[in-house]
Design a protein around this ligand. Structure first.
Ligand code: SF4
Length: 352
């Protein structure tokens, strides 16, 4: 879950950007200012508490202040693996990005699926879920008035109506994939945060956590896009393994199942992790964090052009598109090039 950058334009199948959904109250990247078969949880189960409450949304002014990275979320880890310069623009420069209809629709669908569980189990029907769409859109607009610009030129309201209908269809498709009358999530939109022994803080928001009567934990994430092709499946599972690592560190329990629910294509992808998977993710995150720290201290943020550049809001600042990045806003602790070659640092962290 988190920020969703489903592409608005067409892309080759399997090359869409990792879905990230910007939720109302979602986790802003932590930074300091410069200077298969299912395992339904059907009975009451112990709540897995978040280590810290979700932070309130930061005021727009503070979001824009340049910042030094202090923690990693799955979305921002994915940004760095995709393109270090994109990571810089988002986390350090905090350049504004335009809301997109696709990402906002993802946010809306997540909100509806979360709120549906407020109702008694027997009332969690598709018509009821659909009926929540307009109200959740109004709520979203209230929290994020800038989203109104998405439909500012929609004079007769037809585009908005079609967009809401698409959201309703995605919500309805969910009922073919899961049965909410048989689920009692112990957590929805669960903010999690943990600090590894190395000092690296991991954080994120998990869409849904189910706990079976046997105590087995299932982590569920909704995607409003399509399931990736098999060769890209590992990238999609990275976010889930990240959350599994956080839960393991917080609760000393390895989640039994990771489940991705793709509403766009009607697919459910599951993976049952083992400790070795989570240890591997931790090693990868530590190497990633080291590369981010090195780039932060040297100011050496290389662009890594891919097909995903088509979705990047920052081409005007990107050398790959004849742009010039804004002046680096942080003090440099290391001279440029002092930390080794690109292969030594950023280059080894290519998308996996
Ligand atoms: S346009 Fe492409 S290479 Fe440039 S910053 Fe964006 S993602 Fe990176």
């Amino acid at each position: 879950m988190e920020t969703s950058t489903e592409g608005g334009a067409a892309a080759p199948a399997g090359t869409e950007p990792a879905e990230t959904t910007t939720r109302a109250g979602s986790v802003a990247e932590s930074a300091v200012p410069a200077a298969g078969a299912t395992t339904p949880g059907t009975t009451p189960a112990p709540v897995i508490p978040a280590q810290a409450p979700a932070p309130a949304a930061a005021p727009a002014a503070s979001r824009r202040a340049p910042a030094r990275p202090t923690s990693l979320s799955p979305s921002r880890a994915g940004d760095f693996m995709q393109c270090p310069l994109l990571y810089r623009f988002r986390v350090i420069d905090r350049l504004p990005e335009k809301p997109s209809p696709a990402a906002t629709r993802g946010t809306l669908v997540h909100a509806v699926l979360e709120r549906l569980f407020d109702a008694p189990a027997a009332e969690r029907t598709a018509p009821r879920a659909r009926s929540l769409v307009p109200g959740q859109w109004d709520r979203l607009l209230k929290n994020r008035p800038e989203l109104a610009e998405l439909f500012a030129d929609d004079e007769d309201g037809s585009r908005l109506a079609g967009w809401l209908e698409e959201a309703g269809q995605l919500v309805e498709r969910w009922f073919a994939l899961e049965d909410p009358t048989r689920l009692e999530p112990v957590e929805r939109e669960m903010f999690v945060q943990t600090r590894l022994e190395s000092g690296l803080t991991l954080r994120g928001i998990i869409d849904r956590v189910d706990v079976a009567p046997t105590g087995e934990v299932r982590i569920v994430d909704y995607k409003t896009g399509k399931a990736p092709r098999p060769e890209y499946a590992e990238g999609a599972l990275f976010q889930m393994k990240f959350y599994a690592l956080v839960i393991w560190r917080l609760k000393k329990v390895v989640p039994r199942r990771l489940q991705l629910v793709y509403l766009g294509s009607g697919d459910v992808v599951t993976y049952d992790p083992v400790i070795e998977d989570l240890q591997g993710v931790e090693r990868k995150l530590l190497a990633l964090w080291e590369a981010i720290r090195t780039a932060t201290e040297t100011g050496d943020w290389r662009p890594r052009p891919t097909k995903l550049c088509g979705w990047c809001d920052h081409q005007e600042f990107c050398p790959e598109f004849d742009g010039t990045p804004p002046p680096y806003p942080l003090p440099l602790a290391l001279p440029f090039g002092a930390a080794g070659s690109e292969e030594d640092t950023q280059g080894r962290m290519g998308p996996q």
